[in-house]
Design a protein. Structure first.
Length: 316
């Protein structure tokens, strides 16, 4: 049987792979400005009464930024690769005190060895968090959220990530930090810290950036991730990767910027986010593709015939 990506005519893919030089960058700028506006809304504007709302929404926006980091890792932030890598660091990695190269080696290894119990780093990471690709315990996601509130998952994540990067450096798979990456830190943090210092906004930085980063963004990423794959190994991506079709609110928090088309992303990782929905609509015009690609279709996380939890029940 053909691999699923071989079923489609090449012309379908070619119509949806052009990389814009401005769409992702513009969205990045809007996202960052939105965080500043929400910080103001949650503090002085509302006398701090709306701080919890701002923290929640900023955490979701940080999730959007994380998805754009993912786009940049695949070279889809900008058509010029050097510009792509620099801007990806400036807007999407450095704000989280990391570099895109750290995520790139992890994520591309995941694509290369998806589902492999020994080689897929994502599988190793989530198993460290206690995820066994089993939703028979319906409270698992809530336990994940609770452990995140206690910072247990964050500690496990950073410990695992540090060990992973160390191993990649030892294997010479992770390049050293270069001049452009150091410049990215200066380009982003120098003006931010100047404004913070000038107007005495240190408390705002802590409450409206690092609190949502720790207690909203990271839990959302974990819930997002455990709903993407069944944990199965094998060569046929449609048997182990899930596509999500949710409403606006769920997508805003869990699968932003068209990241719910996860099967299509694994099959065709050179389709940028702003082309993904159109690509999917064209792809399912092919009956064989539609039949095979919608086997792991979900429109709910917990409830209904096409929920993620139901997919894991059927797997068993």
């Amino acid at each position: 049987m053909k691999k699923l990506y071989q079923v489609l005519d090449r012309s379908v893919l070619n119509r949806h792979t052009a990389i814009s030089s401005w769409k992702s960058i513009t969205l990045d700028i809007i996202l960052h400005l939105s965080c500043w506006a929400l910080a103001y809304l949650g503090s002085e504007f509302s006398n701090w009464y709306l701080a919890p709302v701002s923290i929640l929404i900023i955490g979701a926006i940080q999730h959007h930024t994380g998805i754009l980091l993912h786009e940049g890792v695949h070279g889809m932030l900008h058509p010029n690769q050097k510009v792509n890598d620099f801007l990806n660091d400036v807007f999407n990695a450095v704000p989280f005190l990391t570099f895109q190269k750290n995520y790139k080696i992890y994520h591309l290894e995941h694509h290369r060895y998806s589902g492999d119990p020994d080689k897929d780093p994502e599988k190793s990471l989530y198993q460290t968090m206690g995820w066994k690709y089993d939703m028979s315990d319906g409270s698992f996601v809530f336990k994940m959220i609770f452990r995140s509130l206690l910072m247990i998952n964050q500690i496990k994540f950073f410990t695992w990530n540090a060990d992973f990067i160390k191993r990649m450096v030892e294997l010479k798979k992770c390049p050293k930090v270069g001049f452009s990456e150091l410049m990215a830190y200066i380009v982003f943090w120098a003006p931010v810290l100047f404004i913070i210092w000038k107007f005495g906004l240190w408390l705002h930085l802590f409450i409206f950036w690092f609190i949502p980063l720790t207690f909203v963004f990271l839990p959302l990423v974990l819930i997002h991730g455990i709903g993407e794959h069944t944990g199965e190994a094998g060569d046929y991506e449609e048997k182990k990767t899930i596509t999500h079709h949710y409403g606006f609110i769920t997508n805003f928090f869990l699968y932003p910027i068209k990241s719910g088309y996860h099967l299509e992303h694994h099959l065709f990782p050179n389709v940028p986010w702003y082309e993904m929905e159109g690509f999917y609509k064209d792809a399912i015009k092919n009956e064989e593709y539609k039949e095979r690609a919608t086997r792991l279709y979900t429109n709910s996380y917990f409830f209904g015939e096409h929920s993620i939890s139901k997919i894991f029940d059927k797997k068993d």
